[in-house]
Structures are given as structure tokens and as C-alpha cells.
Design a protein around this ligand. Structure first.
Ligand SMILES: NC(=O)c1ccc[n+]([C@@H]2O[C@H](COP(=O)([O-])OP(=O)(O)OC[C@H]3O[C@@H](n4cnc5c(N)ncnc54)[C@H](OP(=O)(O)O)[C@@H]3O)[C@@H](O)[C@H]2O)c1
Length: 363
């Protein structure tokens, strides 16, 4: 589907904004929004507003984000007024995981001509999963001259790094990835998805029901589809499944602030195999659970073919790398053509030293 997207031609270089600080708002001041606030400030981004729903509304962003100082940015629940009054270059949106739930927030930003970078997993490659909504948002973004991009941990570790590994092969039959993350690093949006502390039989029924409704793990599916797009493979069909992960002992779960008893659910393992027209199977298994003292985050990928290839990242800092990746994407999104863009259409992700400057935009 992505091949049907025409990227607007850069008609003329028009860069009145070139070189000034980027003005951003943080939209969703939860676990991820807080860490990205600090990183944006470190990079010289002018954080001109913050949006939340209930908690922390009316408080100062600096104190809520754990900066230990006031930023004179009052957190508001009135995104519309904030967007009109402050006219940011970009909204950094860290609220939910599904396009349907997030579309009203994206529409609001795009309607104000404000670019969006989000952690929302479905927008990472929405063209098969939520094509109608994706096309609507793409059209709105283009009409307002704004860009919507989803990034996060999948951008480097489950897409571009895997593509680089695949680029070392002459011939490939199968690609297999496995990644783990600690549920304790995230807020309720994630811990509820992982059924933390729920009876295992109840969790199994819920997970099975979700898959039966076609609600595959959004991050697994969209990462594999982005990978296919990046390396030029054509997805045909897929198989997917999810199972609860079980606590082998009583375990204290900081995310719930209580003990989860032995035998209860401590997370979920989601898996998908994406078949492609070219005969290469792309498989990915994602395990999110409440870590014990001896667990660490792992990301490993194996390419089967000529030659066999593999890579493995231990002590893989998922939460921080999600935030750094997303923040490093800010200038790319501002400089990109309007529309809902997926990462294979952006420049390669790169380290950015020092303060960010507005890259200007060529439209
Ligand atoms: N792509 C990736 O690599 C990646 C990695 C990590 C997380 N994520 C995703 O990022 C999202 C955020 O994660 P998190 O751990 O930061 O979640 P979280 O701690 O639960 O934070 C969610 C934030 O969104 C706010 N919010 C909810 N509904 C809102 C609304 N209608 N308007 C404005 N704000 C609203 C919440 O405000 P209140 O507290 O006031 O309700 C809260 O501040 C999740 O969907 C997660 O799956 C993606």
C-alpha cells in the first residue's frame, strides 16, 4: 500500500525558520512523556506546552517530569487552546497505542498545521491494519502542510538495524526476531495490555479473544510490515498468537506496587510470522513482562540464508532508547514532506550532537 503513496515533490526551498530552536509540546505526560521532556530540553528544544487528561493538570511540567525545577509550563487538558495559542512546530504524542483512539488527538494537531511525532504503535506502519483511518489522516496532514510520523524502539531495533543485518546476506529464507521488555518501566497503558497480576486462565481467554477479533499485537505487526517495506518485500498473509507468561514465584511488581502471586500472569508473549510474496518469512516474538532481579531486556535477530547472520543486544534499554530515538527524529519530521509518513520514507535515523535547530521545511 505504501507504494501507492506519492511523496509530494519539493517545489521550492523556503526555509524562513532555518536555525531557530524547535518549539514543541509534549502531549501525554506519562512515563514516556516525562523522560522525553528532559531529553528535549537537553537538546535545546523550546518546550512550550504540555497536555494531560486528569493527573497533573494544572501542575508545572518541570516538577512533574522530575526536573527538580519549574519550567513555567502549566500542564493543560485543553489541547485545542494550547495549539492555537502557542503554535508549536511539533507535538510529541505519547498517550495510547491504537490509531482509532489516537486519531482525534492527531486530527487536532494536524488541523492546526502542527507536525506530530508519536510513540503510537499502529501509526508506525498502519497501511494494512488501519488503512482507512491512515488515508484520512494522510489527506488531512497534506491539506494542512503537516507531517505525522510514528517512531519508538521499533524504528532502530526492529526495523532499520534488522534491515542492515539483512543487507549483509546474499539470499534469505527466514528472519526471526525476539525482544523482551520490562513492564515495570511503563504506565497503565502498557501494564493493562500485559494483564499483570490477572489470573492466567482469565488472561489466556482475553488474549485469545483479542487475537480472534484480529487484534494482533500492534507493535509486532507494524514492525514486521515496516521491515518488509524497508527491504522491498511484499507481505501476503500472516499467522499470529499470544500467550500469558506465568509467575514462577511470588514477585513484587513495582508497576502495580504489590506482590503478584506465583501462578498469576506477569506478562504476555506475542508472536507473528509475516509471509511475503518473495518467499521470505519474517517472524517476531515480543515478550513484555514484569522483570525479576535477574532478568534483562534482550533484542536478538537471526537471518537464515547465505550466510546465516545474527545480532543480539543485551541490557537493551528499551524505555530510554524509545525516548532517544523519538526525540532524535524531531528534525526529520519537521523537515519531511507533509502527510502520514512511515519510517522507510524518512532519512536514516542518526545521532544528533548538541542542540537541535529548526531544519526549515521544503514544501
Ligand atoms: N513505540 C514504542 O517504542 C513505545 C515504547 C513505549 C511506550 N509506547 C506507547 O506510548 C504510550 C504511552 O506510554 P506510557 O508508558 O508513557 O503511558 P502512561 O504512563 O500510561 O501515560 C499515558 C499518558 O497519556 C495521557 N492521556 C491519556 N489519555 C489522554 C487524553 N485523552 N488526552 C491527553 N492525555 C491523555 C495520560 O494522562 P493522565 O495520566 O492524566 O490520564 C498519561 O499522561 C503507550 O501507548 C505505549 O504503548 C510506545
Amino acid at each position: 500500500v505504501t507504494s501507492e503513496l506519492s511523496i509530494p515533490v519539493h517545489a521550492e526551498a523556503h526555509e524562513p525558520d532555518l536555525g531557530r530552536p524547535i518549539r514543541a509540546i509534549i502531549y501525554g505526560v506519562g512515563s514516556m512523556g516525562k523522560v522525553m521532556t528532559r531529553m528535549m530540553l537537553d537538546k535545546g528544544v523550546d518546550v512550550v506546552g504540555a497536555v494531560a487528561r486528569t493527573h497533573n493538570v494544572g501542575r508545572d511540567l518541570g516538577l512533574v517530569a522530575g526536573m527538580g525545577r519549574q519550567l513555567d509550563v502549566r500542564i493543560t487538558d485543553d489541547a485545542q487552546k494550547l495549539l492555537s495559542d502557542r503554535r508549536p512546530d511539533i507535538a510529541v504524542v505519547a498517550v495510547g497505542s491504537y490509531l482509532e483512539a489516537m486519531a482525534p488527538h492527531f486530527r487536532l494537531c494536524l488541523d492546526h498545521g502542527v507536525n506530530v511525532i508519536t510513540l503510537e504503535e499502529e501509526a508506525f506502519h498502519p497501511w494494512r491494519r488501519a488503512s482507512e483511518l491512515a488515508r484520512e489522516l494522510d489527506a488531512l496532514a497534506r491539506s494542512r502542510g503537516a507531517t505525522l510520523v510514528a517512531s519508538g524502539i521499533q524504528d532502530p531495533f526492529w526495523t532499520s538495524a534488522v534491515s542492515t543485518l539483512m543487507a549483509c546476506a546474499h539470499r534469505i529464507t527466514r528472519v526471526h526476531g525476539r525482544s523482551t521488555y520490562d513492564a515495570n518501566e511503563y504506565g497503565p497503558e502498557v501494564t493493562e495490555y500485559l494483564h499483570l497480576g490477572v489470573d492466567v486462565d482469565v488472561a489466556a481467554v482475553r488474549i485469545e479473544g483479542a487475537y480472534a477479533r484480529g487484534e494482533d499485537n500492534v507493535a509486532v505487526q507494524t514492525s514486521l510490515e515496516a521491515l518488509a517495506a524497508l527491504v522491498g518485500l511484499t507481505p501476503t498473509e500472516h499467522e499470529s498468537s499470544g500467550v500469558p507468561l506465568v509467575a514462577h514465584d511470588d514477585i513484587h511488581v513495582p508497576a502495580l506496587d504489590r506482590i503478584v502471586p506465583k501462578g498469576s500472569t506477569i506478562g504476555v508473549s506475542d508472536r507473528m510470522v509475516l509471509h511475503t510474496h518473495e518467499g521470505i518469512d519474517l517472524e517476531f516474538e515480543l515478550q513484555g513482562y514484569a522483570f525479576g532481579p535477574h532478568d534483562c531486556e534482550v533484542n536478538e535477530w537471526r537471518v537464515e540464508g547465505e550466510p546465516n547472520l545474527s545480532m543480539r543486544n543485551d541490557q537493551f534499554p528499551v524505555r530510554l532508547a524509545t525516548a532517544t530515538t523519538t526525540v532524535n527524529r524531531l528534525p526529520d519530521v519537521i523537515a519531511a514532506p507533509p502527510g502520514l509518513l512511515t519510517v522507510e520514507l524518512l532519512p536514516p535515523l542518526r545521532y544528533r550532537h548538541g542542540h537541535f535547530r529548526h531544519p526549515g521545511r521544503t514544501r
